[in-house]
Design a protein around this ligand. Sequence first.
Ligand code: FAD
Length: 393
Amino acid sequence: MLLARGGARVVLVDKARFPRDKACGDLVGPRALALLSSLGLEPPAGRSVGAMVALGPTGRRVVLPARAGLTYPDHGLAVSRYRFDGWLRDAAVAAGAEPIEGRVSTVQDDTVELDDGRRFTTQLVVGADGATSLIGSAAGLVDRAAVLWGFAYRAYVHQAVERPVIALWNDAPGQGFPGYGWIFPGESDVANVGLGVGLRADRSGAHRAVHQFHAFCRHLEQHQLLAGPVEDRPLGGWLKIGMVGTVAARGRVLLVGDAAGVVNPLQGEGIAPAVASAAAAAGAILANPGTAAAHYRQALAAGPGRFAEATAALHAAAIGGPPRRLALLTTALTAPVIGPAIAAPWALLWNDLVGGAPPGATTRAASLALRLSRTANGRTAVRRQLRRDLQGS
Ligand SMILES: Cc1cc2nc3c(=O)[nH]c(=O)nc-3n(C[C@H](O)[C@H](O)[C@H](O)COP(=O)(O)OP(=O)(O)OC[C@H]3O[C@@H](n4cnc5c(N)ncnc54)[C@H](O)[C@@H]3O)c2cc1C
């Protein structure tokens, strides 16, 4: 949309016919709303969502407040991806992008080929083709063995939900599940229930989110958070986390969103970083078409890359460590005195809302935690990999 608006000739290729469904918690966070608004985009109507509840493995609840920052609002938006993505695509088409329904099968030099044989000659290719990006692989930008993968599974349930709940769960006594589940308010009286698992480089563990999904639903029922049966056709999707294992751009190819792996390592949010990375890529292309890849990488390193430096290794250590340690950590985070004391900085930190937060003790505590984490994991393998990826080497 931004490229077309900026005067570039844009072909928008997607294998799906829009509007289409997409596995998601359907929560567009405050940072995403602020970004969209700064681009002059008003998202479709949805449900405003404020403070979130963190449910600990013992059943204790901590309210994570939603406070307005200097650069973002005090709420997110629950809106189905069916409507949200359709709206975003329509905005790109209205700005002048030419929509093409087709599956990209190869990208070589200046030619993009679809599986039906159609070809396009391009100056630059923006790969916005999701976590398993064919364009990223074709351009040799992804080291699958270094990527921090995740997989999440979600279903809808007919139930009114007031506040979004994130559940830190033990899938066996004293054994922390390496991910989290949720029940989020949706549009009207439909809620979104899901379970996501962090996998590091081993994608074979994705089945855990699927196999444990109904056990997780029973856990929510026991805590009176889920009232009825979930729909019988849940949908799953991959996540590529913390920019590790992917060089976001080289030569003629720039990857954005999940293709670039910009998903938040702490809570899996991907829409805000996808919009931010796409805006950065468009800015680099319009300003410096000949050296867009390097300019784009620099913009990422200064933006989502800084957050990933502090959090990607943390994510890897938490989900790759002993399940018992994870259970102790999540129990402590939601313990009676600790939980309420850390709730406000926790909300800022894990939603990547520290930059642009109002000055004060909460923001200072959250920035200190980020700085400490960045320093503590400076020598880890994950961090070294991330450094190489951000440099494009
Ligand atoms: C279960 C689940 C829950 C989540 N919940 C949230 C949430 O609540 N909030 C949040 O912010 N993030 C959430 N995320 C992450 C979020 O969904 C992603 O980060 C976001 O969709 C990334 O957008 P994208 O445009 O980069 O990729 P996608 O949304 O995956 O879009 C990629 C597009 O590329 C197309 N495509 C793929 N391959 C080809 C090809 N070869 N040729 C042509 N077209 C192709 C696809 O059809 C698709 O339309 C969740 C993810 C999962 C899996």
